[in-house]
Design a binder for this molecule. Structure first.
Ligand code: AMP
Length: 289
């Protein structure tokens, strides 16, 4: 496995792989890797990538003021070991100054899809994401890029952006990887105390309750939201939103739904967590709690 820190060296390594006939798969991350990230690496192979690239970059552009940029976990050595074990070919771990040198002033902005949900609560966040992902796409030239549905809105936005800008990459959204008790894996779970870890389960419980209601025939968005909200508000400190939206447009669901996406963002102690669950598709619900 090769490790590079400079964009130029990274581009050269990806170019060489493509010239050698390899199919490049990209998995962008902010590091502090867990089984959710590593599932994306496996998914890249399943999608036919035989040169798998993981990028590890805590992207300052996507953090707002007062967010956790400074305390975000940085565990490069462990991350490299995990990548090595998983058969990753190339890791790109740039310093912020290498991605955004002095004078940097260009940003990529996707429209409507970025305005609701996370976009409403984290102004500028998605512009930071789409800017860095565009840079990574242009440096890597991947055939396929794998994102997690844990950040469902992010996945949809990147998919939209690639289509709108004719970036020749297949953007895949991998299902959420959860702990046995239903908690969605997240680098931010490391922040949680034992009590907070327990209360964080409120999110999965709310999603599970909505999935159960859906299975029992409930199809009204407002009812599903109320069902999901119950177990969440019992446990978390503050809810940013609980909503049922259309899985493609992310607009609020209305009337009798044929499918839906329950999304939640909430604070447990000083940690902000997000989770979601698709209704009306075959994804198994967050496990019985
Ligand atoms: P992050 O390092 O948090 O920026 O995440 C990097 C990628 O891993 C993103 O595409 C995330 O959606 C994805 N990811 C993070 N946690 C999970 C999870 N529990 N299941 C599936 N994908 C995940």
């Amino acid at each position: 496995m090769e490790l590079v820190h400079e964009p130029g060296a990274f581009r050269a390594a990806c170019d060489a792989a493509r010239k050698a006939g390899r199919r490049v798969g990209l998995v962008p991350t902010m590091g502090a890797l867990h089984a959710g990230h590593l599932a994306l690496v496996d998914a890249a192979a399943e999608a036919g990538a035989d040169f798998r690239v993981v990028t590890i970059f805590v992207n300052p552009l996507q953090f707002g003021e007062g967010e956790d940029l400074d305390r975000y976990p940085r565990t490069l050595e462990a991350d490299l070991e995990a990548c090595r074990t998983r058969g990753v070919d190339l890791v790109f771990a740039p310093a912020p100054g290498a991605m955004y040198p002095p004078g940097f002033q260009t940003h990529v902005q996707v429209g409507e899809l970025t305005e609701r949900l996370e976009g409403e609560h984290r102004p500028g966040h998605f512009q930071g994401v789409t800017t860095v992902v565009t840079k990574l796409f242009l440096l890597t030239g991947p055939s396929v890029a794998v994102f997690g549905r844990k950040d469902y809105q992010q996945w949809r936005i990147v998919e939209r952006m690639a289509r709108d800008l004719d970036i020749p990459v297949e953007v895949l959204g991998h299902p959420i990887v959860r702990e046995a008790d239903g908690l969605a894996l997240s680098s931010r779970n490391r922040y949680l105390s034992e009590d907070e870890r327990e209360r964080a389960l409120g999110l999965a419980r709310g999603l599970h309750a909505a999935a159960q209601a859906w299975a029992a025939g409930t199809r009204e968005a407002e009812t599903l939201v109320e069902v999901a909200r119950g177990p969440i508000e019992e446990r978390v400190d503050r809810i940013d939103y609980v909503a049922v939206v259309d899985p493609e447009t992310l607009l609020p669901g209305a009337g009798v739904l044929q499918r839906g996406l329950v999304v939640v963002a909430a604070h447990v102690g000083a940690t902000r967590l997000i989770d979601n669950h698709e209704l009306g598709v075959d994804t198994p619900p967050p496990v019985e709690l």
